[in-house]
Design a protein around this ligand. Structure first.
Ligand code: ADP
Ligand code: MG
Length: 319
């Protein structure tokens, strides 16, 4: 006999809480921000067929559902504290639930982020998480702080998730190792939480790359009322991505999406602090261009020649 709603919540999603005053089981969870801290709050929804393929292993899906939310905290320089989980399930599939909970809670534990509540219902497979983080008052990294003259940086590598998606779609053929590594990037992204925290007081602006570098960078430029120059062929890429055509490399790095790396700006005088932040967070950081007073986004190739920006970015209502 399959589990009922409350048995399911009790079995997979009820854990003792340390940081929160009250977790799963009552009408509300209770917790307070530490003195001097602001709460950073973000929600991200994952819908089957739009945000993940039915082929994704359940454990990786659990990981990703929380990872994309933690990535938003990272982009604000906030430290994860707690999250809620709203789940719509088409049926009670305990194999799926066990794997999902394992992946989800392993990442939660790694970031000391407590599951404090949620909602569970029957419906088309849909996962919505809301995360709560903490950041010292006034120190959140915002999209609006980029200054003309700042350097522009990105963490990790870009484009692998899109490359894997194209391989799943049959548009690109990858060898076994390249397929596995890019598939992992797509299904199990690593939120750059430690880097975001280390960049407080160093970066002037930050955003996480969820919809493609160019589209997300545009948000920063608009909010900051500045422009930027990006050296397209300087963008950090994995060995797998370097193995495909230059056209695909550019498409995947510039317009790929699902990267969950941080793009951020910092004045040249803080370059050493940026390097130290990256070192302390154990993440590679690459300088990819600079911020200009002149508005607009200018792409340069390896010879410094202007490259037409014909790259899109992801918009659920336009694609
Ligand atoms: P109510 O009907 O009062 O909204 P629910 O019956 O939906 O409460 O939920 C009971 C308890 O279980 C609440 O504390 C809620 O936060 C928690 N809960 C429900 N679904 C989940 C879930 N998927 N993960 C974690 N906690 C959940
Ligand atoms: Mg409810």
């Amino acid at each position: 006999m399959s589990l009922g709603e409350f048995d399911l919540i009790a079995k997979y999603f009820t854990r003792t809480v340390k940081r929160a005053a009250l977790g799963v089981g009552d009408d509300c969870a209770l917790f307070a921000a530490a003195p001097g801290m602001q709460l950073a709050v973000s929600s991200d929804m994952l819908v089957e067929g739009r945000h993940f393929l039915p082929t994704v292993p359940a454990q990786r899906l659990g990981h990703k559902a929380l990872a994309v939310n933690l990535s938003d905290l990272a982009a604000c320089g906030a430290r994860p504290v707690a999250f809620t989980l709203a789940l719509a399930l088409p049926r009670v599939d305990e194999t799926l639930l066990a794997g999902f909970a394992r992946g989800l809670l392993a990442l939660a534990d790694a970031h000391e982020c407590e599951l404090i509540g949620g909602d569970t219902t029957l419906g088309p497979f849909n996962i919505c998480i809301t995360v709560f983080g903490e950041v010292p008052h006034g120190q959140a990294l915002l999209r609006s702080g980029a200054q003309a003259g700042d350097d522009l940086y990105v963490s990790g590598t870009l484009g692998d998730a899109r490359l894997a998606l194209e391989a799943f779609r049959g548009h690109i053929v990858l060898d076994g190792a390249a397929f596995e590594s890019t598939r992992r990037a797509m299904e199990q992204p690593q939120p750059r939480v430690a880097l975001g925290i280390a960049l407080r007081g160093v970066a002037t602006s930050a955003i996480d790359v969820s919809d493609g570098l160019l589209g997300d960078l545009e948000h920063v430029l608009r909010r900051s009322n500045v422009g930027a120059e990006v050296r397209v062929d300087a963008l950090p890429r994995s060995a797998a991505l370097r193995g495909v055509s230059l056209a695909w490399q550019r498409e995947c790095t510039l317009a790929g999406g699902d990267d969950y790396e941080l793009v951020f700006t910092a004045p040249p005088g803080r370059a050493a602090q940026v390097i130290e932040a990256a070192r302390s967070a154990h993440v590679e950081v690459t300088r990819i261009g600079s911020v200009s007073a002149a508005l607009g986004l200018h792409l340069l190739d390896c010879d410094g020649q202007a490259l037409a920006n014909s790259f899109g970015s992801f918009d659920h209502f336009k694609t």
